[in-house]
Each structure stands twice: as structure tokens, then as C-alpha cells.
Write a new protein. Structure first.
Length: 31
């Protein structure tokens, strides 16, 4: 269960990157 924290950290980083990309594409779609 020691690798769970590392996996959670990696998942969090990936999620933040996806959210940032999504927020960057949204204004282009709304126009």
C-alpha cells in the first residue's frame, strides 16, 4: 500500500494538466 500515495500524486498531476488544457480550449469553443 506504499505505492498508493505516489499513484495518487501522479493521478492528481495528470488531472490538473487535463483541467488546464480543458480550460484553455473552452474559450475558443464558446466564441
Amino acid at each position: 500500500m506504499k505505492g498508493a500515495h505516489r499513484l495518487e500524486a501522479a493521478f492528481g498531476a495528470a488531472a490538473r494538466r487535463v483541467v488546464r488544457e480543458f480550460l484553455r480550449f473552452v474559450p475558443l469553443s464558446l466564441r
